[in-house]
Write a protein that binds this ligand. Structure first.
Ligand code: AMP
Length: 402
């Protein structure tokens, strides 16, 4: 009877031949059906293949590599058996939390290592012995050089958000780390986009990888309603206050272009909006942790963030993303709005566009391959001019129905 209930509650995962402990953990996490990347990646990974998964955050990619990793752990080896590299501290922390959830009830030691916090905690954890190390490439290398991290027992390597790691300039660190991993080993590479640089990395360090492209459907972005609002620069704060009051978002990330811009905006919102906080790379790690846990538990409903830190945030209840400043590059727009609409939930994304920002707006519309509708708000039609579009844009979309 109990067995049947378990089977029904995780039915989609049962055909994968996972261990009873994993099935129990999935049931506890209420993961009933595997997401598309999980359905494709887990069997390939368990078969021992190297896998390249093209998938964005919010598609369940962490469990797609986390489930097979945990399933393949051997009884405690001397050093870590798996090393996962990710571009930011926040992402490292999210991966650790997800792996802990998936290994619940099993004796797996998982350790997150990243800069910005005193190294002692990480040293103690590494000394006690760990099975899976999750870290940013810089700090991982730091530990290798101090001889506090030994990769001689590693059999599994994961490069998560590989495109972002290369963007940030982690390529030399990653390569130095990969050269320390003994052969043979199994590698999983996850990336939202597939550039020639990523392909080169894969060619060099992976063995006959199976390629899975799941970003074609982009489920998380499709479930997001997107609007842009024309606004003069000096009225953006009024517009933001108006939207926050009108929509009363459950949780909202407001993106600014610069760290100082984020601080300034948060200062101006305080006193007018309850529960505002800022997150960006200049804040001390303990402050960032505090802000993230407040955002996660809902005590901070409005988070003002810059791209580098904000775009990796995975909190499932985010109802709104507000692009207070238009993103510098179109690709960032996708990363930003992907914070909402996670795992099939609905989300809303607004973008504030000044009248002279037609060009970046067009670049974004070209990237997502559809026009973004404009939203007119009473009291804000004061904007003197409409966004000046690039003529080519109209031609491009003239035959697409709005
Ligand atoms: P990720 O793409 O790994 O950042 O995952 C996005 C969110 O989906 C995380 O909050 C996960 O805990 C959650 N998640 C992952 N797999 C599943 C699943 N099979 N069913 C329900 N939720 C899931």
């Amino acid at each position: 009877m109990i067995q049947r209930a378990v089977e029904e509650s995780v039915s989609g995962f049962l055909s994968m031949g996972l261990s009873p402990a994993m099935i129990r953990a999935l049931q506890k996490a209420r993961y009933i059906h595997p997401s598309p990347i999980q359905a494709e990646m887990i069997p390939e990974a368990l078969d021992g293949n190297d896998v390249i998964g093209q998938a964005k955050t919010g598609t369940g990619k962490t469990a797609a590599f986390g489930i097979p990793l945990i399933e393949m752990l051997e009884a405690r080896a001397k050093g870590p058996q798996a090393i996962i590299m990710a571009p930011t501290r926040e992402l490292v922390q999210q991966i650790v939390v997800e792996l802990q959830k998936l290994s619940e009830g099993q004796n797996a030691a998982i350790c997150g290592i990243y800069g910005g916090e005193p190294i002692e905690r990480q040293l103690r954890a590494l000394q006690r012995g760990v099975d899976i190390v999750v870290g940013t490439p810089g700090r991982v290398l730091d530990h290798i050089e101090r001889r506090t991290l030994y990769l001689g027992d590693v059999f599994h390597v994961v490069l998560d958000e590989a495109d972002r790691m290369l963007d940030i300039g982690f390529r030399p660190d990653i390569e130095r780390i990969l050269r320390k991993v003994p052969n043979p080993h199994q590698t999983f590479l996850l990336s939202a986009t597939m550039s020639t640089e990523i392909r080169k990395l894969a060619q060099r360090y992976m063995y006959q990888p199976v390629e899975l492209n799941l970003s074609k459907d982009e489920p998380s972005v499709d479930s997001i309603q997107q609007y842009y609002i024309t606004v003069e620069n000096e009225r953006k704060i009024d517009l933001l206050l108006h939207l926050l009051q009108r929509d009363r978002p459950r949780q909202c990330i407001v993106f600014t272009r610069t760290k100082r811009g984020a601080d300034r905006l948060a200062d101006r919102l305080r006193g007018k909006v309850a529960g505002v906080a800022t997150i960006h790379g200049d804040l001390a790690q303990n402050v960032r942790n505090r802000v993230m846990s407040g955002f996660r538990d809902g005590t901070i409903p409005v988070l003002v963030a810059t791209d580098v830190v904000g775009r990796g945030i995975d909190v499932s209840g985010i109802s709104h993303v507000i692009n207070f400043d238009i993103p510098d590059d179109a690709e960032n727009y996708l990363h930003r709005i992907g914070r909402t609409g996670r795992m099939g939930k609905d989300g809303l994304a607004y973008m504030f566009v000044c009248p002279d920002q037609g060009e970046p707006l067009t670049a974004i519309e070209n990237l997502i391959n559809k026009p973004i509708p404009t939203l007119k708000l009473e009291g804000f039609e004061a904007a003197r001019r409409e966004v000046r579009r690039i003529p080519a844009f109209r031609e491009l979309f003239s035959n697409i129905k709005r």
